[in-house]
Ligand binder design. Sequence first.
Ligand code: ATP
Ligand code: MG
Length: 307
Amino acid sequence: MDTALELENLAKTYKIGWRGIERKAVVDISLAIPTGTVFGLLGPNGAGKTTTIKMAVGFLRPDSGRISIFGQANSLKIRSRIGFLPEQPYFYPHLTAEKALDFYARLFYIKKAVRQERVRLLLDTVGLSDSANLPLQKFSKGMLQRFGIAQALVNNPDLLIVDEPASGLDPIGQVEIRKILTALNAEGKSILLSSHYLSEVENICHEVAIINKGTVISRGKVKNLLDTGDTYAVIASSLPTDWQPIKLATKIERVNGMVRMVVEKHRLDRAIENIRSSGGFIEGVHRTTKTLEQLFMEIIGGDTRGN
Ligand SMILES: Nc1ncnc2c1ncn2[C@@H]1O[C@H](COP(=O)(O)OP(=O)(O)OP(=O)(O)O)[C@@H](O)[C@H]1O
Ligand SMILES: [Mg+2]
């Protein structure tokens, strides 16, 4: 499979103040985003997500490492295939959504006839057609984030990079962003997204890299990272109060008269038999997975910089 973006051993140290105190933001980050995928960059505050993204889009020069975009070395030309929504975007507040998008399209030398059609289409894509003539200063945060995505799409990029797109949005706003990104991916765009919203990443990303202190500490397909191995949860109801679960169940929880028993695969038959022979009713059996949140806490836990 082709790669939309490949980062190899990126490193970046900032120098702070007149004394030039060094702060290592990115120590060693390598990752590859296959074309057509939604890739999540996950990590606590200060992990180096924004610094990594800024290097990928050419805003910051890495101290070392290599960046390739659609198989080519990073250059202005190849970067024209990228669309970018920064973490804290600034838009001219007095411009209407339509005028602002037209302005960004002009920066890419897009001809007037094409521009008009594209602006209309983009406003429609992000659900802002009804607000085309509203100045951006009157936009809610959710609307501004959607406008930001439209702005990032103005050059019809093949790779969309969005830094914390759902930050500060209410649950409805988050779902709206998720829907937009999912639809863009279905159209064939590759997407790199950084986020704190674990549920967002879990729901829309095919692959994730979890970074901490400037290093990738875990990466892979969401499905595989969340797989807990060969354990199953059996959910049962109608069990008598004197029911004795099988020995060696990994976990037993009782909630509202229901029992959830987690067992290893080779004990699954015995667990089901145990419930049935006790007069219980099997409500469901499924392979257990962890949530990304559990994974995040497991591998990062308290080990952050504290910033
Ligand atoms: N311009 C800068 N000058 C000096 N240090 C910086 C600068 N930008 C970031 N840093 C430092 O680099 C580290 C990584 O910051 P970065 O913004 O990349 O993290 P992040 O993962 O995006 O965090 P957040 O989730 O809070 O957005 C932090 O320790 C931060 O203080
Ligand atoms: Mg950031």
